[in-house]
Design a protein around this ligand. Structure first.
Ligand code: SF4
Length: 382
């Protein structure tokens, strides 16, 4: 049996690393491309969530590459994510790929189902073995995402365009090839060193936060690598969601450092109940970004995404209350790169002009917890 699974940014490194440690054969599908999206769109229902279409395309390409089984995470809650695996299994069967689909339910919500699938995949391994290997793969995944988060923050200071992206790729490849815990720790230090060695210029960069639906945020092909575009325009970037933060069973996100309670409490004055997906988190992270002195927020969402549409209907009120611009980008298979690029440039100009004119969020409307964090106005912007 050779498993395949969908892409979501660098998640394939984490999943592949864990499967290798558990002696499960697998095939990583080709990276998401126009062909992947075309395949998914051809076979998925027209009004299905865009991430379902893209990940369906990944499965088809994985099967074409030789896989004969699929693995997908399940889900709980009112949004459609929990149906992805079963929907994709049925579509694949209809188009001639009758493969078994292993669905990993969240162990905290469905421990028995999780255990059953684990035993089907690794009959000779124990839960203790799984925990031991998972701990090491997890460490690798957290370090990879810390490298990503650091690159987002320092890219705006690079002297030569593209040098941070090159250093980041080398850093991630070092981590990908590390196996033991000691090697992983060493690769992380070396990776940070590579990013620090990138030649930088002294400048004050306006801060932009990115919030929204997790798949769109994590998969650079579908979000047109907006983080790199904005970073190379000279903006300091932070993203609200990382994979390890998203599946982190603990209370504190390993990459962003925010606890779940902190995010939900920040959202509470605007949205105090669960609406599925990341709707509440989008509101909470937007407020946290504003309190940390960010000067613009980009909201990314797939077309027809119910939780994010709820968030999108609340964000204009936040934009008004805190006097901060938001850019809403709704993404699906019809979205074109040129349109996105134009809107990003217009938004970037707006944030830059506000930054130059020292129009910061109105302090009297905010219970500032970190006043000192607001940056002084700088003029040295790329
Ligand atoms: S979060 Fe949105 S896009 Fe993702 S599965 Fe739920 S409804 Fe669909």
């Amino acid at each position: 049996m050779r498993l395949t699974f969908p892409h979501m940014g660098n998640a394939y490194i984490f999943v592949g690393d864990l499967l290798r440690r558990l002696d499960v054969e697998f095939i990583v599908p080709p990276k998401t491309s126009t062909r992947t999206i075309e395949l998914g769109v051809r076979y998925a229902p027209e009004l299905a969530c865009f991430p379902l279409k893209v990940t369906l395309g990944n499965f088809i390409e994985g099967i074409e590459a030789g896989a004969d089984a699929g693995i997908m995470i399940g889900g709980v809650g009112p949004c459609r994510f929990g149906y992805y695996a079963e929907t994709q299994r049925r579509i694949l069967r209809q188009i001639g790929y009758d493969i078994p689909m292993y669905i990993l339910e969240p162990p905290t919500a469905h421990p028995l189902k999780f255990y059953r699938v684990f035993k089907q995949l690794c009959p000779k391994k124990t839960l203790r073995h799984l925990w031991k290997e998972l701990r090491i793969s997890w460490k690798k995944a957290v370090f990879i995402e810390k490298i990503e988060a650091y690159a987002l923050k320092v890219r705006c200071f690079e002297k030569d365009l593209g040098s941070t992206t090159k250093a980041k790729k080398r850093a991630i490849s070092l981590l990908e090839n590390a196996f033991s815990e000691t090697e992983i720790e060493k690769a992380f230090e070396e990776g940070l060193g590579l990013l620090n060695q990138v030649e930088k210029e002294d400048r004050v960069a306006p801060k932009i936060g990115i919030v929204g639906e997790f798949f769109i945020l994590l998969e650079p092909y579908v979000n047109f690598d907006i983080e790199t575009i904005l970073g190379e325009m000279g903006f300091y970037i932070e993203r609200s969601v990382f994979l390890t933060d998203w599946i982190n069973p603990g209370t504190k996100a390993p990459v962003t450092g925010h606890s779940k309670d902190e995010v939900l409490n920040a959202a509470a004055p605007y949205l105090s109940h669960f609406v599925g997906g990341d709707g509440r988190q989008t509101i909470g992270h937007s407020i946290l970004f504003i309190k940390e002195g960010f000067e613009g927020i980009v909201h990314l969402l797939p077309f027809t995404c119910m939780p994010e549409l709820i968030a999108k209907s609340i964000l204009p009120k936040i934009s008004y209350d805190f006097d901060i611009p938001f850019l809403y980008l709704v993404i699906d298979e019809q979205t074109g790169r040129a349109g996105i690029q134009t809107r990003i440039e217009a938004f970037a100009d707006l944030v830059r002009q506000r930054h130059l004119k020292n129009i910061l969020p109105k302090k009297d409307k905010i219970n500032w917890t970190q006043k000192g964090k607001i940056q002084p106005v700088g003029v040295n912007i790329r």
